[in-house]
Write a protein that binds this ligand. Sequence first.
Ligand code: ADP
Length: 496
Amino acid sequence: MPSRPSLFIVHITPELATVAKVGGLADVVFGLSRELAIRGNHVEIILPKYATLRLDHIFELHVVYQDLWVPWYDGAIHCTVFFGFVHGRKCFFIEPHSHDNFFNRGSIYGFRDDVMRYAFFSRAAMEFLWKAGKHPDVIHVHDWQTALVPVFLYEFYQPLGMTHPRVCLTIHNFAHQGVTGVEVLQATGLQRPERFFDGARLGDNKYPKALNLLKGGIVYSNFVTTVSPRYAFETKDQGQGFGLEPTLHLHHAKYGGVVNGIDYDVWNPEIDHQIPVRYGVDSIEGKYDNKRALRHRLMLADNEKPIVAFIGRLDPQKGLELVRHAIFYTLERGAQFVLLGSSPDDGINADFWNLKHMLNDSPDCHLEIGFDEDLSHLIYAGADMMLVPSRFEPCGLTQLIALRYGTIPVVREVGGLADTIIDKDYSHRPLHERNGYVFRDFDNAGLESALERAIACYRNHPDHFRELMKNAMRSDFSWNQPGQDYLNIYDYIREG
Ligand code: ADP
């Protein structure tokens, strides 16, 4: 293999596991940054210095830059920049000192001024690169929160002489775009509103009087990715782009999908210390000790039934009406059901609490409403099937983790689920590549068509089911391939 030059790559991101995590974006930056570093590249990460940072996961945290002044409205905000290692990753944390208190709050998101908070962070990160004399080969930004970075690069910093960096934007979910008004231009110094309200730049496709930060990111970046090829297609051509379809069409030549990897140091039944018995593809029996432990912990009956599980945010995106139907259908089909999930929405939580009370007496069902990473490991290890009936799913991590634990995914054919799960019965792919059950229609009949086949195979053809488990456990969704894909994209935009 020809050796490639080492690149200087900077991720500017609102989230990073394990110090500032809300969703999958945090895991992606964590996993991808390590893969890029292992391949000999110099990788740095820039984050806000949130009050909620897990400081116990940051090593050698210290101030590296005292006097960063970031232009804001007619003046500038003074910032301090810290440096520290997050599990070996080199991270810079920007702390602004102003009465806005942008990051000194109780949570990462959920504030009325979120757009202004991240517009400031994006400007501050670029000002830091410029003042510190850093000229990365590639700046990789994530979601609407940092989509203004390429706008600032090409509008402010390139004319000043920062001509080297190219920008890659990864969109983890199109549902959030940072739609806002003129004040963001006034605050960040983007003069001439008519230039930026233009539909060819940041002007929103639906509301002509609004600016759309994610759209600006698409227009100004050198390359745009989303987290699976199928989701790239659905957002551009199947009406799943939340209004950005025409923008994606216009920029289709620089748009593509890369399936996320998962971290096999964390999600691997052979070394997982959060499960009672470790096992691998050659010692699958160990899985059934975990099944017993799961039943014991959740007080389920110990019988010959398969366990169907659901783990996820209780968000309408995840197909909650199908989850609800699946609980009753599973019990009726003589199987057990385990759910682990929570929602920031009190109404949704209350619905699931009602369901839990309704099913309280069943020895075959347990609903755990809350967030519990520890328990999630035991469920991945102890369940037989993992249900993911999403309405839309940019990539999805639960099905990838389930595969590694030999827990057979039963998924809707959408987004990253369609790219990663191959139906056991209805596929043209070779038998050894088939790793789950897939259904197409978002309705009860669709769900039943896949779940019924999974339960019947478990019960009537245990040898086939075991082969499927082995296929699942052998699937490779490490960061190896996506790491290579991103490096190819970086090379492409550097040459372009
Ligand atoms: P999304 O990013 O849309 O929430 P993903 O499938 O990409 O969905 O990632 C979900 C991740 O969060 C998985 O690692 C899953 O195990 C974890 N998770 C979701 N809900 C819970 C919960 N209630 N308790 C523990 N882990 C959870």
